[in-house]
Ligand binder design. Structure first.
Ligand SMILES: [Zn+2]
Length: 147
């Protein structure tokens, strides 16, 4: 990463303590901060201290640090917020600097509903294909033909 691009990266600025953030914890290679647009109370981001766009581009040591930090924070979230579980995902489309989303998740919250909808979408082609099978078409036809 050249210097100009690094200056435009908000996570690099946070790591360098040039931008404000709610820093929760850090070690030599990773940092945990509160997400400023939380989905639920306590929603955090675990970021690498080095500017690397994708988590799979990190060194083994950096990944170990990142996931150790995520596990430590997830256990703390379970203790403090008592969610069903702590959701973890990595994207990076908006800010291409490695960050793990760590989100205390409750049944029916916005992420739970979103991912349930995605899972339904994943399952529905199979269900729809089954409806088209001749035996099922005949069954539906017979049912509807009866008054
Ligand atoms: Zn960066």
């Amino acid at each position: 990463m050249n210097q100009e691009s690094e200056q435009k990266c908000v996570f690099c600025d946070i790591v360098a303590k040039k931008a404000p953030a709610y820093i929760i914890d850090e070690d030599d290679l990773s940092m945990c901060i509160l997400d400023i647009h939380p989905y639920t109370e306590g929603h955090c981001l675990v970021i690498s201290k080095r500017h690397v766009p994708w988590w799979h581009g990190l060194t083994e040591e950096e990944n170990t640090s990142l996931f150790k930090m995520a596990q430590k924070m997830a256990n703390r979230m379970m203790k403090k917020f008592n969610p069903d579980f702590v959701f973890l995902y990595a994207r990076g489309r908006r800010i291409p600097h490695t960050h793990l989303f760590l989100i205390p998740t409750f049944s029916g919250d916005v992420l739970d509903r979103f991912f349930s909808a995605l899972e339904n979408f994943q399952e529905s082609p199979q269900m729809l294909a089954k409806l088209k099978e001749p035996a099922n078409m005949e069954k539906a036809s017979r049912l509807l033909q009866q008054p």
